[in-house]
Design a protein around this ligand. Structure first.
Ligand code: UTP
Length: 297
């Protein structure tokens, strides 16, 4: 049974400057809730009870967000704001959350390596701290991967189908379909040109890893800027004859680490938010009409 998750959240977030100069991108809100809280909630809803966040400089507010805030609780209690009180208390009770520092930003592979002592010799989930996975059928994306791990063991990656012209931004798999959602992965290619891509199935920000991955991370050659890619470690592990599967998840991925997708995600989530959905929909329709009429906004 998988009970531990690692959330890498140490990256600089350069695609989101200047907002990320002093604030973590993982704390940017989708409507009224920071991105990282959705990620933790997905892990908890999947059955995870122990979370290790990999953080770096400027990320202390992540610790504060998941800690109790006694002054705020007293203040809310005194003002009779009991709904707000319950919601902020619930955040600190979500799971056992621990933090470890990545000293140098040496890539996702290195960030995962920082979890080595914490995970010990158990398989664990990895959820990227800047990406939301909105389940389409109520089963959290991480739980879907855990179900594949329960069937086959080994490492499992979340897969997403993308239009062929977009594959060059991602890790792409070469694999054999076992059923309409599950693939046995034969190999992976990082950021291929569309013509060289073995498929249009890309790795999508959630993983189940087994502890043997750490020796493959250690052996992975540093790439651009000394960064260690998790894809290289996973490829070496496959080449060593160890099984890996992919699960085309029933979830919509929202990358909150770039401005356009962040704004789109905010609009989508806000349109599902009872308090503001209808006023926002009116505003969007009004602005769309103005745009259609050739007006400058
Ligand atoms: P990204 O490449 O999206 O994150 O890494 P980044 O480096 O913060 O973003 P940009 O490209 O500069 O805007 C994917 C995930 O891996 C984490 C990031 O925090 C993010 O959640 N990460 C990345 C680390 O924890 N450490 C690293 O060295 C690199």
């Amino acid at each position: 049974m998988i009970t531990k998750a690692v959330i890498p959240a140490a990256g600089f977030g350069t695609r989101f400057l200047p907002a990320t100069k002093a604030s973590p991108k993982e704390m940017l809100p989708i409507v009224d809730t920071p991105v990282i809280q959705y990620v933790v909630e997905e892990a908890v809803a999947s059955g995870i009870t122990d979370i290790l966040m990999v953080i770096g400089k400027g990320k202390r507010t992540l610790e504060e967000h998941f800690d109790r805030s006694f002054e705020l609780e007293l203040e809310l209690e005194a003002k009779g704001k009991l709904k707000e009180l319950a919601s902020i208390r619930a955040i600190s009770e979500l799971a056992n959350i621990h933090f470890v520092w990545q000293r140098k930003m040496l890539g996702l592979g290195d960030a995962i390596r920082c979890a080595r002592h914490h995970v010990g010799d158990e398989p664990f989930a990895v959820l990227l701290g800047d990406t939301l996975m909105q389940s389409l059928d109520g089963v959290p994306a991480t739980r879907q991967l855990m179900d594949v791990h329960d069937r086959f063991g080994g490492c499992v990656v979340a897969l997403e189908e993308v239009p062929p012209e977009r594959v060059s931004r991602y890790g792409v798999i070469d694999g054999d379909a076992l059923d309409d959602r599950t693939y046995r992965v034969r190999d992976m290619v990082e950021k291929p040109a569309p013509a060289d891509a073995p498929s249009n199935l890309v790795v999508a920000s959630r993983y189940i890893l087994t502890p043997d991955i750490f020796s493959f991370i250690d052996a992975a050659p540093p790439g651009k800027n000394g960064e260690i890619q998790i894809t290289d470690a996973l490829r070496a592990r496959i080449a060593d004859g160890r099984p890996m599967h992919g699960c085309r998840v029933r979830a919509r991925r929202h990358d909150a680490g770039n401005t356009l997708d962040f704004i789109k995600t905010n609009i989508l989530y806000a349109l599902q938010h009872a308090d503001i959905a209808s006023a926002l929909a009116d505003f969007i329709i009004e602005k769309a009409d103005e745009l259609r009429g050739g007006e400058r906004l």
